[in-house]
Design a protein around this ligand. Structure first.
Ligand code: SAH
Ligand code: SF4
Length: 472
């Protein structure tokens, strides 16, 4: 059946808010303040989803805690990208039997990508009786209704039906910080990289309307946010489903046109859709960070094809050349998978040589993890975990060396940075980020958090830069 882009009517979100008010009366009506804990795993999209969960919970009257023994409601927002994340979730959810025993009546919900997989929802149903409520990413917009259903019936609720997903506007949000904000511009993924579970659990690619994105960005700027990250699994295909002739570069320009002093970042970019227009727009938009996270995944054409990435090494390298032509100071980061089924020593060496050639500022490296239902899970793989670990270690060594060398090049330079938080340490008590997103530790007045300052870089290592604040 052809895919039809769905939106959730705003009246339905209003109904959810009315349910929040009902729950408020029930749990917080007599002036007591119940507490909720939201535990988030995985990517920035999940962080953004948790802000919606907290928005709804706040409307239901809950305050927030990080201590499961103090929480009346616990929501675990899960990730399915790698087995390691799933194991951590299951271990931690299992351990909640202790807090539930200590606090009878504690409500435990598990949501997000992991439970959108049928076998995982089943596993929780059978083996984790401590869990009361289970819902996938497509049901998040009606979390209040699901909560109420459980509160009324005390019967376990499972809402994880397969779905292409929809776009829901108007869900209340409770953001974590005051300086940096996530802003989802689209949901889902159509790319079906053969190793990846995301398209199966997050549904089809669907974009928010540009006016909704711009209105939210404007609101963030008015509230004083200084660092806005536009989020999507593949932001470069933004707008394709809208059919109104607005692409990601156009959207960047619209956000850049909002008056105010702030930085625009975005992630993730898929190399198959990164265009010269995008690089040119980034260079021309004064608020746009000169940073691109462009996951290459592998350096061998055979492996890239088996991954269904739709680009080859040559196209990727020429894209980088174009991007650097427009932005000579471009900071480049990437994701790499080591040990894709059948990846040989020679093929892995091609990943190493690509990384040497590009010289990434930072690399996020992962050992391939088999995901149920993906095509790669059925591919033959003669290599052992130990073989993969050896490759992984070599790649890490290279990545650390290059990051260290690139960071050393900053020493002696003075850069504009945004102070985004306190570190809790004496010597360097403030953390900040360069336009390119590099971490800089500084010493200074905590009142400077949220401000742009000039920083002179005095030292560096593989992971960070160190500096001192200088007068403008
Ligand atoms: N949409 C983004 C990334 C989503 S997942 C993109 O395409 O770039 C984040 C990263 O996790 C991916 O870039 C990939 O490097 C890694 N990843 C995804 N599935 C994986 C798997 N099965 N095993 C190991 N790493 C995986
Ligand atoms: Fe997964 Fe590929 Fe989609 Fe990224 S682009 S979410 S790696 S399928």
């Amino acid at each position: 059946m052809a895919y039809v882009r769905k939106t959730i009517d705003i009246a339905k979100i209003k109904e959810q808010e009315a349910i929040c008010a009902e729950i408020f009366e029930r749990v917080a009506g007599d002036g007591q303040r119940p507490l909720a804990m939201v535990d988030t795993y995985g990517c920035q999209q999940n962080e953004a989803d948790s802000e919606k969960l907290r928005g709804y919970l706040a409307a239901m009257g809950y305050g927030f805690t990080q201590d499961e023994f103090q929480a009346d409601v616990i929501v675990v927002n899960t990730c399915a990208v790698r087995e390691h994340a799933e194991m951590r979730v299951l271990g931690n959810v299992g351990a909640l039997t202790h807090s539930k025993k200590a606090r009878p009546g504690q409500i435990i919900a598990v949501c997000g990508c992991m439970v959108q997989q049928e076998h995982m929802a089943e596993k929780i149903k059978k083996s984790y009786p401590v869990v009361d409520l289970v819902f996938g990413p497509h049901e998040l917009w009606r979390f209040p209704e699901l909560m109420k259903r459980f509160m009324d019936s005390h019967k376990r609720v499972f809402a994880t039906a397969r779905d292409d997903g929809a776009v829901a506007e108007g869900i209340p949000l409770r953001r974590d910080g005051k300086v940096k904000a996530w802003l989802s511009i689209m949901y889902g993924c159509n790319n079906y990289c053969t190793y990846c579970v995301v398209p199966y659990v997050r549904g089809r690619e669907r974009s928010r309307q540009p006016e909704d994105v711009v209105a939210e960005a404007r609101q963030l700027v008015a509230e004083g946010y200084k660092d806005i990250t536009l989020l999507g699994q593949n932001v470069n295909s933004y707008g394709k489903d809208l059919g109104i002739g607005v692409d990601f570069a156009d959207l960047l320009r619209m956000v850049n046109d909002i008056p105010g002093d702030f930085i625009i970042r975005f992630m993730t970019s898929h190399p198959k859709d990164a265009t010269e227009k995008l690089f040119k727009t980034m260079a021309e938009c004064s608020k746009c960070a000169h940073h691109i996270h462009l996951p290459v995944q592998a350096g061998s054409d055979r492996v890239l094809k088996a991954m269904n990435r739709s680009y080859n090494r040559e196209k990727y390298l020429s894209e980088i050349e174009t991007a650097r032509r427009y932005m000579p100071d471009l900071v480049l980061t990437t994701d790499i998978i080591v040990g894709f089924p059948g990846e040989t020593e020679e093929e892995f060496n091609e990943t190493l040589s690509l990384c040497e050639q590009v010289r990434y500022d930072a690399m996020f490296t992962f050992i391939y993890s088999k995901r149920v239902g993906t095509p790669a899970a059925k591919m033959p793989d003669p290599y052992t975990r130990a073989d993969k670990q050896k490759h992984f270690d070599r790649l890490m060594e290279l990545s650390n060396r290059i990051s260290g060398e690139k960071h050393a090049e900053y020493e002696g330079r003075t850069l504009r940075v945004l102070i985004d938080g306190e570190t809790g340490k004496d010597e360097y008590n403030l953390s900040s980020r360069t336009g390119g997103g590099r971490l800089v530790h500084l010493k200074g007045d905590p009142k400077l958090v949220g401000q742009f300052v000039q920083a002179k870089i005095t030292a560096s290592n593989t992971w960070a830069l160190y500096g001192e604040i200088v007068e403008e």
